[in-house]
Design a protein around this ligand. Structure first.
Ligand code: FES
Ligand code: FES
Length: 170
């Protein structure tokens, strides 16, 4: 066992872990952070994406011991004071999900992307999210959601909810 000290979603944790334990398993099984999901376990799908010191990483590709002394943010740590993060809101607004399995990873990758490039082009969004796979949406509404979060799209919302009209902003 190896002792680690890590901050997860703002909470400091000291723990003993097997040196071979993956970060995604540590988050889910030891800390109950099941919002971070396992899609492939082979670093292909991006469903397990979290932030390590603010940068997105695939947590099935990181050992828990590598998080020692670092800060991890999961999708469960994005909302603040009961308010969803603007990227979470954007995914909801633009219907950027169907089954939702890829969504935690997509959102974490999108937050990182917008942190580095606040106003990405569509091409830059598609390139930035290429490590995250979605089996349901065809990606179109995911791209729209990131554009929405970046302020590139303004949406008119019907009474029934949902973005129905986009207006490119200068
Ligand atoms: S579960 Fe980590 S990339 Fe698929
Ligand atoms: S919404 Fe189902 S995998 Fe993306």
């Amino acid at each position: 066992m190896t002792r680690i000290n890590v901050t997860v979603d703002g909470m400091k944790v000291a723990d003993d872990v097997e040196p071979r334990m993956l970060l995604v398993h540590y988050l889910r099984e030891r800390l109950g952070k099941t919002g971070t999901v396992v899609g492939c376990d082979t670093s292909n799908c991006g469903a397990c994406t979290v932030h390590l010191d603010g940068q997105s990483v695939k947590s099935c590709n990181v050992l828990a011991v590598q998080a020692d002394g670092h800060e991890v943010t999961t999708v469960e740590g994005l909302a603040q004071d009961g308010h969803l993060h603007r990227v979470q809101e954007a995914f909801r607004e633009c219907h950027g999900l169907q089954c939702g399995f890829c969504t935690p990873g997509m959102i974490m990758a999108s937050v990182d992307l917008l942190g580095r490039n606040p106003h990405p082009s569509e091409e830059e969004i598609r390139e930035g999210l290429e490590g995250n796979l979605c089996r349901c949406t065809g990606y179109h509404n995911i791209v729209r959601a990131v554009q929405f979060a970046s302020g590139h799209l303004a949406a008119a919302v019907t009474a029934g909810g949902g973005a129905t009209e986009e207006v490119a902003q200068a």
